[in-house]
Ligand binder design. Structure first.
Ligand code: LLP
Length: 442
């Protein structure tokens, strides 16, 4: 069965009787008029559909918890939706912990992860009752034990390990291979376990955590990841007589950014994971563990689109044509960072045939600010509204104020209703943290 991460567009996308693209029952051209552009639009139905597809895919394995990887895109409204769907949150900073907590997430279901958590962040996690901490390194073991002790608590932890598995994705978003800044490599695990058992009495080791990378299309890699973790758990059981009950497999499932992308379905991934658990828990003589899955991109990527307005265009002497839009690398740094490729359509004229090859450029002062290179589009005119699909993940969350351009607004659409979930920044916002020393004041 196809799942929504395998579609290019949000599940509610259609062309309405005005011949405009519509998502969540909302006409994108009208949204652009009402809220301005650039505008991030998130489809609640798609988010909930994918969240349910994850839960359904693992129905046959009852010991599973879903944690949404907040880094992909987190606002209070997104926390509310995924909390309602029964998800916890994978969080990597005080800011993500604060957002989850202030939006009413069930903190017991949440996990704090990251390779250089500060003392204050660990303190915040412990105070706010975050259920699990994935400890990344030796320094953090000591810090967290100190924090837990001073709060009179014992904290459940996972050890983040690098399983030595390489996946075929962009090198910046691979994380499970041995040369990685994240986690303990497998040769360090025994030392860490020994310290926890002998010295760190306020830490309770319950399992292992790994994440192999992002935008993954291979299913077998999840089979291998489970095997590496269960083998390690078997070894730890034998050597330390310690029963670890949890494995966290991270996120990583890919989505379809262009017609050429063929990501696997959520069911295919789930089947690989479950079969690996069944086979390898027997092979390595361990109990079938509780598993945690941490999807980010595959939940929110397809659920979000970005609307831009077409502005100037330029024909260069070699015949190439640039068409500029009112956003770019500051609201979506992925094309310039990872050479990511997107699909765009004209929201106000979706039936028009592609007639010319253009490069869609951003508005930022950098030649590398190109959103899509050499793409066949209908003839684009000033004022056209472009809809970029699959921008829901790692767009807003990695956005910046480069050139002191205001960050766009985000709206949530559902059943023909649209609601602001992030206000468009204002110039007052922009200078709110700036201070002028007295001696420089006019
Ligand atoms: N769990 C851990 C420990 C992670 O490090 C990540 C992503 C995830 C879960 C979620 O992975 P996802 O399901 O979203 O693939 N900025 C890059 C992606 C960086 C991913 C970092 N870690 C991009 O825009 O492609």
């Amino acid at each position: 069965m196809k799942t929504a991460n395998q579609s290019l567009k949000p599940v509610t996308t259609k062309i309405n009787d005005k011949s405009h693209i519509e998502i969540g029952g909302c006409d994108l051209v009208e949204l652009a008029q009402q809220y301005g552009t650039p505008l991030y639009v998130f489809d609640e139905k798609t988010i909930r559909t994918i969240a349910r597809e994850y839960k359904d895919a693992f129905k046959s394995y009852p010991k599973v918890s879903m944690l949404y990887a907040s880094k992909a895109f987190m606002t209070k409204a997104i926390v509310r939706i995924l909390d309602e769907e029964g998800f916890g949150f994978d969080m990597v900073s005080g800011g993500e912990i604060y957002t989850a907590h202030s939006a009413g997430a069930d903190m017991k279901k949440c996990l704090f992860n990251g390779n250089n958590k500060s003392y204050d962040e660990l303190q915040m996690a412990v105070e706010l009752g975050v259920g699990l901490v994935s400890v990344d390194n030796f320094l953090e073991l000591a810090l967290l034990n100190e924090v837990a002790k001073s709060n009179g608590k014992t904290i459940d932890i996972l050890l983040r390990v690098t399983p030595g598995i390489e996946c075929h994705t962009h090198e910046y978003i691979q994380t499970g291979h041995l040369d990685s800044k994240f986690g303990f490599d497998l040769t360090q695990v025994d030392d860490a376990v020994e310290l926890i058992v002998d010295e760190y009495k306020n830490l309770n080791l319950v399992g292992l955590h790994a994440h192999i990378g992002s935008q993954i299309f291979e299913t077998s890699i999840y089979y291998d990841e489970v095997e590496v973790l269960l083998k390690e758990i078997g070894r730890i059981k034998e050597k330390f007589s310690l029963n670890l009950t949890h494995i966290n497999l991270g996120g990583g499932l890919g989505i379809k950014y262009t017609e050429d992308d063929c990501p696997p379905s959520i069911n295919e991934i789930a089947d690989k994971i479950i079969s690996s658990i069944k086979e390898n828990s027997t092979k390595y003589n361990v109990d079938e563990p509780e598993i945690h899955i941490e999807p980010g991109r595959s939940i929110i990527g397809t659920s979000g689109v970005t609307l831009y307005t077409v502005g100037s265009s330029k024909q260069v002497p070699n015949g190439k044509k640039y068409v500029a839009v009112d956003g770019g690398m500051a609201d979506n740094p992925r094309p310039s960072l990872y050479q990511a490729v997107y699909t765009a359509e004209v929201a106000n004229r979706p039936w028009d045939e592609p007639v010319e090859t253009v490069t869609i450029a951003g508005r930022f002062c950098e030649s590398g600010d190109i959103l899509i290179k050499d793409v066949k589009m209908p003839e684009l005119k000033e004022g056209d509204i472009l809809c970029f699909y699959d921008t829901g993940a790692y767009g807003y969350s990695m956005s910046s104020n480069y050139n002191r351009v205001l960050k766009p607004a985000a709206v949530l659409v559902n059943n023909s209703q649209s609601d602001i979930i992030i206000d468009r920044e204002s110039y007052e916002h922009l200078v709110a943290s700036d201070r002028i020393p007295d001696r420089l004041k006019v």
